[in-house]
Design a protein around this ligand. Structure first.
Ligand SMILES: [Zn+2]
Length: 379
């Protein structure tokens, strides 16, 4: 296949469209706001000539949207492009601390890097393919989910169902550290810990009390001690609460825990250890709920081969491509053990989940081209 002399994308035109998406704020918990964003993308799909399937949201979350190439039978294995339309930024971020603005090569805005930029350039690639009238060898299905930032509980089934009719999965999460792709991600586990002791007046009846806070403190040290950078397990007790007054032995204490694991074997063992936490004080109860939310995403031989293919395409396009493993999870964690999955295909930039969130305008065309060439060449 010959390369076009001039890319069919224009950075300023892509940025103008990304701006429109960024200016529709879509924090995950606000279903109506996310659905305004889904409306916008659905309209873009309709204008581009994609097939459209919208799945109603549930449990207070927004809708999910599947835009498919007009070619390809329903049951034909294809390319699944995976994006999310929700962001971590509350409504008002745009009018407040993170307005859309361009400074040099950086364009700022809520969700611009994670991941409205990546979602838009992938849709632009599909739109270009439809416009050329030259069907790719594999049908392309682009899924936009509404709840990725809180763990994809309402979209996971849909993601796995679409992965089952995919030969490859391309995830448009942000590129890392100068444009690197992601070929492995740690698995994520979440736990809630509830400790119940026995309350008492801390002066008159101290000896009768059984402090939930004291017990939780010991549990926290046990949990944090499970962190092992050599094996890749990390444990973070990120939130604690407990007690009522300084002069009351605390009856209740609780903690929220995040754990990251490199693979299912180590992950299952670590999860089992947390779920089996027992109280040091026999008069105090420790209840642990939770478990693995996203399984580990390991770089299999098939994923390595897919990355090599992408690297070759990038070389033809004139830029180097590297890959890395990250501790952060994505919807790629749900597909990588089912289908060769390449992640971090979105735009380059920095500051995801912060008020410094920005994409690099110079990355828009190269990344759109890479997505386009992947869609064109995968078979
Ligand atoms: Zn993201």
């Amino acid at each position: 296949m010959t390369m076009p002399n001039t890319p069919p994308f224009d950075a300023q035109a892509l940025l103008a469209e990304i701006r429109e998406w960024v200016e529709i704020e879509s924090p995950t918990p606000d279903a109506a706001a996310v659905n305004r964003m889904v409306d916008k993308v659905e309209a873009a799909g309709r204008a581009a000539g994609t097939r459209i399937a919208r799945v109603a949201g549930r449990d207070g979350f927004g809708d999910h949207l599947l835009l498919s190439s007009p070619w390809g039978a329903e049951d034909e294995k294809g390319i699944l492009v995976l994006s999310h339309l929700d962001t971590v930024h509350d409504i008002g971020t745009l009018a407040g601390p993170l307005p859309f603005r361009v400074e040099g090569d950086s364009a700022f805005g809520p969700g611009i890097y994670d991941m409205k930029g990546g979602a838009l350039i992938a849709l632009a690639a599909l739109r270009h393919l439809i416009g050329t009238g030259r069907p790719t060898r594999l049908p392309v299905r682009h899924l936009f989910v509404s709840d990725e930032e809180v763990g994809s509980n309402t979209s996971r089934e849909l993601i796995e169902r679409e992965a089952a009719r995919a030969r490859f999965v391309l995830v448009t999460e942000p590129a890392r550290e100068g444009g690197k792709l992601v070929t492995a991600r740690k698995g994520t586990a979440r736990f809630d810990i509830k400790v119940t002791g026995r309350p008492a007046h801390s002066g008159a009846r101290h000896q009768d009390g059984r402090s939930a806070i004291k017990e939780l403190a010991r549990q926290i040290l046990d949990l944090e001690a499970m962190t092992d950078y050599a094996t890749g397990v990390t444990v973070n007790v990120g939130v604690i609460a407990g007690g009522t007054r300084a002069n009351v032995v605390a009856e209740h204490a609780s903690a929220a825990v995040d754990m990251r694991v490199p693979n299912p074997e180590i992950g299952d063992a670590a999860v089992a250890r947390v779920l089996a936490l027992a109280s040091h004080d026999p008069d105090v109860t420790v209840e642990v709920t939770g478990g693995l939310n996203r399984p580990g995403y390991e770089k299999s031989a098939a994923i390595a081969a897919l990355f090599e293919h992408a690297r070759g395409l990038a070389e033809q396009l004139g830029f180097p491509l590297e890959d890395l493993m990250t501790g952060g999870g994505s919807d790629g964690n749900f597909t990588a053990h089912l289908v060769p999955t390449l992640d971090g295909l979105g735009v380059d930039g920095k500051g995801a989940h912060t008020l410094e969130e920005q994409l690099y305008v110079s990355s828009l065309v190269p990344r759109a081209m890479l997505l386009l060439r992947l869609m064109e060449t995968l078979e």
